[in-house]
Design a protein. Sequence first.
Length: 114
Amino acid sequence: MVALTDNAVRMIERLIGDAAEGTCGLRIMVEPGGCAGLQYLLGLETAAMDGDEVYEAGNVKVFVDPYSLPIIHGTHIDYVEGLETSGFVFENPNVSNVCSCSKSFSAAWSGGAP
């Protein structure tokens, strides 16, 4: 399961409101990259793809592909705004290491490569 805070839901609702007609949710993916090996990829989506896990939070849907799901299962996502940084913050229990710039991570999971 992936959980969103109220702040995250409000930001996604705002992004969807500004997006093309038919956009209904947020896709969360994990892809190879960064100095620690993995990075999050976020994008707006109009529908689920084959094999997606779909979560609902407020008026938005969250789509997670089958390769990313074991890596982000149990993750809590918040949206923060501050003087030094603004954006989505992931609290992922599967992360085993984060790079020094905090843009990528490594994770312990069982399954295939993302």
